[in-house]
Design a protein around this ligand. Sequence first.
Ligand code: ISL
Ligand code: CA
Length: 559
Amino acid sequence: MIDKQWWKEAIVYQIYPRSFKDSNGDGIGDIPGIIQKLDYIKSLGVDVIWLCPVYDSPNDDNGYDIRDYRNIHKEFGTMTDLENLLEGVHQRGMKLIMDLVVNHTSDEHEWFLQSKSSLDNPYRDFYFWKEGRNGGPPNNWKSFFGGDSWDYDPDTNQYYLHLFSKKQPDLNWENPKVREEIYDLMRFWLDKGIDGFRMDVIPLISKRTEFPDSDADTFTDTIHRFYANGPRVHEYLREMQHEVLANRDVMTVGEGPGITPDLGLLYVEKDRNELQMIFHFGHMYMDNGPGGKYDLCDWTLQEFKQVFKIWDEKLHHRGWLSIFLGNHDFPRIVSRFGDDGPYRKESAKLLATLLLSLRGTTYLYQGDEIGMSNVAFDSIDDYRDLETLNAYEEAGAAGKDLRQFMNIVHIQSRDNARTPVQWSDDPHSGFTDGTPWIRVNPNFKAINVAAQETDPDSVLNYYRKMIRFRKENPVLVYGDYLPLLKDHDRLYAYRRNDGDKTFLILLNFSSRNLILPLDDLGARHKDLYRVMGNYDKAVWIEEEKLELLPWEAVIFEEK
Ligand code: ISL
Ligand code: CA
């Protein structure tokens, strides 16, 4: 029996507010800007908006460092603006989920200011404070953003833990008061009427409190074995469920760095009452070498397909998947998995076909619906992301060739996904009347929403079509996922089948034509009806032989 749920069928659209739409000319996207674009979002066929953090923050990590969980960041607007946004979303029949960042706070949060003030302050235990070791930090943990995970406080002669920047001290969930505070602020937002949470780095909330040194060879493995999946994480999530989420019809998705396929079910299995979905990072960390994301390595289509196969196998029958290809932390999907050169349009449509035909809830990131691509600023001065800037500085300190390192920045920087949304070919792409906080991608004259609105063949209109198609065909949500030809190095092929309907989905992940004997797929020409695709029609070179054009995506119904 299929367990049908609205959140399984939902198409989620992620907004990174700073880069979405500026309404008042200060160069920073804001909540009133989002309100202006609600009809646009609705027009895509979106059901749920996920809003990245808009809480009060000193902005060390663009809002992922929260100073006050119950107030809105001035640059983004006011609480009234937020309430108006929520109302506008609900009026249009959509839902709004917010980012919940509770692994850490800002170092300017009241709790940390107290905690830091003395050894015996009642808030001391809200964070992790430790003595140093041999004149250095308590252990060898490195931060996600480079450097040590510990920062020394000369006043109290102890170190505090920060797995991200030093302005993001990790909260101590061992302390029941911390948990109560968090549950309380969650209730505050749910009582306001929001429809759920995306939970930032949720597998990291339970720490191995003996703080063992990492002996892992790669940073990915350090995350998995030392930072994530701590001994009490499931206890906490169940407590959260019990204290906050139970009996509310809301959506929860946990960001899941460090969760392996074997551990996935522990977070999302239906009867465990923890989370509904997680974002796994299989395909996000595929190109990370031992040193992490700025230590690039090659990946293959076979590995990419394998990630989706394994996760589907592990989770589908007792849990649920979330399907995404990018977000505000990763390069643009068309640049990373497609071709942002001559086949940008075709490959962007192919990725849309993939995102919307896999089993799981689909998450789209702003700008991908028009095929926005990576940016390559010449100068590091044009980059804003602290992770990028730290990596650059570390590379310099290590004596690396910084001109060469810029090539990696161009590929990996989180700012690739953070350049302003390209609304039109007006100055600054119609994002702002002022000076944008980060430069617009110079390709905005060619790639923008306004131009694509009027072009029936645009990436934008393909997204709309594909979203409609998914909604008309629940087999794409709930049906079995049956991967084919897993060793093929250019073709991603699978069936979706729910007993009622069967679709055969063929994606040519390359810029070359691909000749495909139907025999290889166990299919017959006479049974195939083309129902979707990013070219005009299928090319048959023989009765039982199909030719896929560069980056062609095609869906056949099989009857
Ligand atoms: O971005 C990554 C690699 O560059 C990820 O490893 C990322 O750091 C990790 O998934 C955690 O991301 C989340 O928490 C961070 C924040 O900077 C990210 O924007 C957020 O998505 C700290 O809150
Ligand atoms: Ca603004």
